[in-house]
Design a protein around this ligand. Structure first.
Ligand SMILES: [Zn+2]
Length: 427
């Protein structure tokens, strides 16, 4: 007997189709005939997974913390968010890792995993298969987790190969950044940011690491790709990569309009590059959609361009933006469900991403029509979104492991309802 049976309509490659599924002990099971909850309109879809978010705890909780970050995730239909370790202090050893796992269990509204940061001593690898994943910063960005020596990058790949966990890399070769900065005449000009962080810096790191990952069996994953050449390198070596909403929905014209708010690393690229990334994403060459949710307050953002911090909020809008594009016919719904649900589940080895028996019971109920994001209230502590003029299909209901998190548009999950999700051997 299942605890609950829900019925409604889902979206498939063939169009809308009826769906009925049972839920028991947090997992989907075959329905047993009774129907406890029928959704007359809208669609039932898998909840999303966001494999790349920054929740800023510990250290910068005036921007965001695990509680507000997971509230924002819930309102966007994300049932599992995987946070990055460049907090202050960084999450770079087993003790810091366990502390943050405890914070998740005390305060999260949805499930949270954590990429363990690769520091100079590489202590993080003591976690072995218990880490959700590992994260390598090859170039300078927010926080002080940085390994700028290519010998260390190779060592990190080899250490990651000894585990079953993925190694995500922020690829920007610091030598190319330094060279580009040296050649820049007006380093404080807004347009200089993109020139000083050229796509070659990204491509070069992955050209170096991808062959080594392929030969050692390391599960290298390129975070936030900003150039189609990076996608080719990863595809060629049978490795995964992700793209962000801001790299496929915004280009340098938007940076001119939005100024510091659109400042991010790697930078948003030209109107020439953006459609190429979008096409690679629509074809499935870029398997994963991840927000790189990086909240900063507007006071912090509204400084002169060269002083403003890099990063944009996005965990609440990633799935709604993608679903609205699918309804508008810009991308196939199957691609959206792959990129937001199934592929990140595979990357992180969690039984999620499908409304099928055996999977964790994570689903969303979304309306049939998107809304203009406009002045919609965002639930991230930083309180703003770069997607004001875009359409979004926001969930009315969200279930995570069989429990309602969002009901009729209201957050009903208490802080601490979310769980920490580590690697398969997490104890
Ligand atoms: Zn990031």
């Amino acid at each position: 007997m299942s605890d609950l049976v829900v019925q409604g309509t889902t979206l498939t490659a063939e169009g809308p189709e009826p769906i009925e599924i049972g839920i028991q002990d947090g997992r989907f099971v075959e329905p047993d005939g009774s129907v406890d909850r029928r959704f007359e309109d809208g669609y039932l879809l898998p909840a999303a997974i966001d494999a790349h978010v920054h929740f800023r705890e510990p250290g910068d909780t005036h921007k965001e913390d695990i509680q507000t970050g997971t509230a924002s995730a819930a309102y966007g239909g994300v049932g599992f968010a995987c946070q990055m370790p460049n907090t202050d202090p960084a999450i770079a050893d087993a003790e810091a890792y366990r502390r943050v796992a405890n914070r998740v269990e005390a305060s999260a509204h949805v499930d949270v995993g954590t990429w363990a940061g690769v520091g100079p001593e590489m202590e993080c690898f003591e976690l072995g298969d218990r880490a959700t994943g590992y994260k390598l910063y090859s170039g300078p960005t927010t926080g002080d987790l940085l390994l700028d020596d290519p010998e260390d990058w190779i060592e990190a790949v080899e250490r990651a190969a000894e585990t079953d966990r993925p190694l995500a890399v922020h690829a920007e070769d610091p030598r190319i950044l330094t060279e580009a900065r040296r050649g820049e005449e007006d380093p404080q000009a807004p347009a200089a940011h993109a020139r000083m962080r050229p796509p070659e810096a990204e491509v070069r790191v992955l050209e170096r690491l991808a062959p080594r990952a392929a030969s050692t069996g390391a599960r290298l994953h390129a975070a936030h790709v900003s150039d189609p050449r990076t996608v080719e390198v990863m595809n060629e070596h049978g490795l995964t990569c992700e793209v962000t909403p801001h790299h496929v929905f915004l280009d340098s014209k938007d940076v001119e309009r939005m100024g510091t708010r659109a400042k991010v690393n790697p930078p948003i690229r030209s109107p020439h590059t953006r459609p190429k990334l979008w096409d690679a994403f629509r074809r499935g060459d870029i398997p994963v959609f991840a927000s790189d949710h990086a909240p900063h307050t507007l006071d912090e953002k509204d400084q002169p361009f060269h002083e403003a911090p890099s990063g944009l909020p996005g965990v609440e809008t990633i799935y709604p933006l993608a679903l609205a594009r699918a309804l508008a016919g810009n991308i196939h719904i199957e691609r959206v469900l792959d990129a937001c649900c199934r592929a990140p589940a595979e990357l992180l080895d969690v039984p999620l991403g499908r409304i099928e028996p055996g999977h964790w019971a994570n689903l969303v109920h979304v309306p049939e029509e998107p809304t203009r994001i406009g002045k919609r209230t965002m639930h991230t502590r930083c309180g703003w979104t770069p997607y004001e003029d875009h359409q979004g299909l926001f969930p009315e209901d969200l279930m995570v492991r069989g429990d309602w998190v969002l009901e009729d548009g209201d957050l009903v999950a208490k802080p601490g309802q979310g769980q920490f999700v580590g690697g398969p051997a997490w104890d």
